[in-house]
Design a protein around this ligand. Structure first.
Ligand SMILES: Nc1ncnc2c1ncn2[C@@H]1O[C@H](COP(=O)(O)OP(=O)(O)OP(=O)(O)O)[C@@H](O)[C@H]1O
Ligand SMILES: [Mg+2]
Length: 359
């Protein structure tokens, strides 16, 4: 899969902007504030329905525009489809595929992307919730079943939390406890399976790049998987949950850990170790998505040389030979050319963005 065309209307600094991409390496270059990250953000929204910079899509609407509309044309060997995501300042969102409206979750996994950007460093150095969100997004991309199971769980969790705020009777809360245990068990079972697949992809990636000593592993940190035990946990926590007004234990509070040489990277990792771990995680993500969806994801590399140094970027650049569409942003072309990437070839191109585009 690759993105062929992108049209952004009322999005970030763009009133109206259309871009065309090649199936190989695309280098988007331009000075600070010219809209490079915004372009990758638009592609990311068309891939998963969400931004990687903000949880509030309305923030991405161009300041003088009433709404924003993103349209992407995605092509694979077999087909071509047009995905559009529109959103308004009052949080209404519409997603269409070939002009037919679909549920926002529908676009997951169809046009997968792998994003390597400074913002993604939070996967190794951020909070457990940052990591959980990352794995939930990745797993939702590789497994539609995981996504629907997670959506079901979140619906039940929301209802239980509403009830907790109303000082419920034991009978009322028990009904929701059972539903929560049922959906939580399904999430945990699927999550564990997918963590294992991710770990395998990570081990393979480390070996491939001769980084055997880099033991980046994922520890799911799952609480009890036995439904009965989780029901007991909920019972034990009940008074606490009523006081807090929300459910304190469950899949939504798992604490994934990234290990570097067997130790928690968050507490022991040097800056360089954080960076290399992120690259390996991203390469593993690429591998997993490719295997599971039988679709080659588009690699989005934002602010490349801020995220990687020359040596570390080699592992990423080795991917570029394998028919992978890659969209790189950088302030200039020099560093890219120094890496031996020929931009004027048939499958590669450069796109120059100017700061104050008169669209
Ligand atoms: N909602 C918005 N409305 C109007 N302009 C916005 C909005 N959000 C962001 N911008 C502006 O859009 C511009 C492009 O931002 P972007 O982050 O894409 O730049 P960039 O090319 O990646 O820059 P850098 O090289 O510094 O990373 C910035 O000047 C930013 O202030
Ligand atoms: Mg940027």
């Amino acid at each position: 899969m690759s993105i062929e065309k992108l049209k952004m209307s009322g999005f970030r600094n763009y009133k109206e902007k259309s871009l065309e991409f090649s199936p190989g390496v695309n280098v988007i270059w331009g000075e600070n504030g010219s809209g490079k990250t915004a372009t990758l953000e638009a592609i990311h929204i068309l891939s998963v329905g969400r931004s990687f910079r903000t949880a509030r899509l309305q923030e991405t609407i161009e300041k003088n525009s009433p709404h924003s509309r993103l349209v992407g044309v995605f092509v694979s060997e077999k087909n071509k489809k047009e995905v559009a995501v529109s959103h308004t300042k009052d949080k209404r969102k519409k997603v269409t595929i070939n002009n037919a409206e679909v549920q926002p979750a529908e676009i997951f996994g169809q046009n997968p992307t792998v994003l390597l950007s400074p913002e993604e460093q939070k996967i190794t150095n951020g909070s457990p919730s940052d990591r959980r969100k990352y794995f939930d997004k990745t797993f939702s991309t590789v497994s539609k079943k995981y996504l629907t199971t997670l959506i079901d769980y979140n619906k039940v969790l929301k209802q239980r939390n509403i009830l907790l705020k109303k000082t419920p009777t034991s009978k009322e809360i028990e009904t929701w406890d059972e539903k929560l245990v049922d959906t939580a068990t399904k999430v945990w079972n699927k999550r564990e399976k997918l963590y294992k697949e991710f770990e395998k992809a990570l081990v393979d990636t480390c070996e491939l790049y001769g980084k055997k000593e880099v033991g980046v592993l994922i520890n799911s940190g799952l609480p009890k998987e036995n439904p009965k035990e989780f029901l007991e946990v909920l019972k034990t926590n009940r008074q606490k949950d009523i006081v807090f007004g929300y459910t304190t234990a469950g899949p939504h509070s798992d604490r994934p850990v990234v290990l570097y040489n067997g130790k928690n990277i968050k507490t022991v990792g040097s800056q360089g170790e954080h960076k290399i771990s992120l690259v390996l995680i991203k390469l593993a993500e690429y591998r997993l998505i490719k295997e599971a969806t039988k679709t080659t994801p588009t690699f989005l590399l934002d602010d490349l040389f801020a995220t990687l140094d020359f040596e570390r970027s080699d592992a990423v650049f080795s991917l570029l030979e394998k028919n992978t569409q890659t969209i790189i942003t950088n302030t200039d072309l020099v560093d890219i050319k120094n890496h031996g990437i020929i931009i004027d070839g048939k499958t590669n191109k450069s796109i120059h963005l100017l700061r104050q585009c008169k669209n």
